[in-house]
Design a protein around this ligand. Structure first.
Ligand SMILES: [Zn+2]
Length: 220
């Protein structure tokens, strides 16, 4: 909140239940407030061009319902809906069978995304893709060629790789990617980059694991 805003009607109000993906354990749950702990609520005047709508806010603490987590999260609600949380919500991902280096880079990309640092996120996604190609010995002159080489050795939908060309962060030349490639990367590009990376990682590391587990069901 900006300090110059006029704040009205500051009160203590009972804490509403909030649906949230836990920033700590990544499960989605209905987060309740703590016993005997109210939210702080307040109102702010309309923000032009809307002239007739008072904004109602509330801020307080919620607890993760997962019994193995029970982490505390600070939330800000606007008109009863979640506006912000701290730590921020993070994109969900499956870490099954991912090599440690790739998992570390992916986690860093997701943390950067949650913090609104979209260019940093894009750089880390690019690193995830490069580490993936390193691990699978997919070679080529640039990242696009390396991803294309990857598709010859693992099951990756061709349409997915073709569409990935639209992502600016892939750049034209891995060796000479310039800073301006990242200048206008916002939430949409960064979100799509993470989703693409997740799908590729799933194809390379997780389908095989599922296939092995299914095969293990076969009776001797
Ligand atoms: Zn949790």
């Amino acid at each position: 909140m900006n300090s110059h805003k006029i704040i009205m009607n500051v009160n203590a109000t009972p804490s509403a239940v909030v649906n949230l993906r836990c920033p700590h354990c990544h499960h989605v749950g209905a987060f309740h407030g703590l016993p005997n702990c109210n939210d702080l609520s307040w109102s702010e005047p309309p923000i032009p061009p809307v002239v007739n709508q008072i904004n109602h806010f509330a801020a307080g603490v919620r607890r993760c319902p997962n019994v193995e987590c029970h982490s505390l999260v600070q939330v800000v609600l606007q008109s009863g809906k979640l506006s912000e949380s701290f730590p921020p919500e993070v994109i969900d991902f499956d870490s099954t069978n991912l090599p440690t280096d790739i998992l570390t880079s992916l986690e860093e990309a997701i943390k950067a995304h949650a913090a609104g640092c979209f260019r940093a996120c894009a750089l880390m996604v690019r690193r995830v893709l490069e580490e993936l190609c390193d691990d699978k010995k997919a070679t080529g002159g640039d990242l696009k060629q390396r991803l294309a080489a990857l598709s010859t050795s693992v099951v990756v939908p061709k349409e997915l790789l073709d569409a990935a060309d639209e992502l600016r962060l892939l750049g034209n030349d891995a060796a000479h990617i310039s800073a301006k490639n990242y200048d206008d990367i916002g939430t949409e590009q960064a979100t799509l980059a993470i989703e693409l990376a997740k799908e590729l990682l799933k194809a390379v590391y997780q389908y095989a694991s599922l296939v092995d587990r299914l095969k293990a069901l076969k009776k001797p």
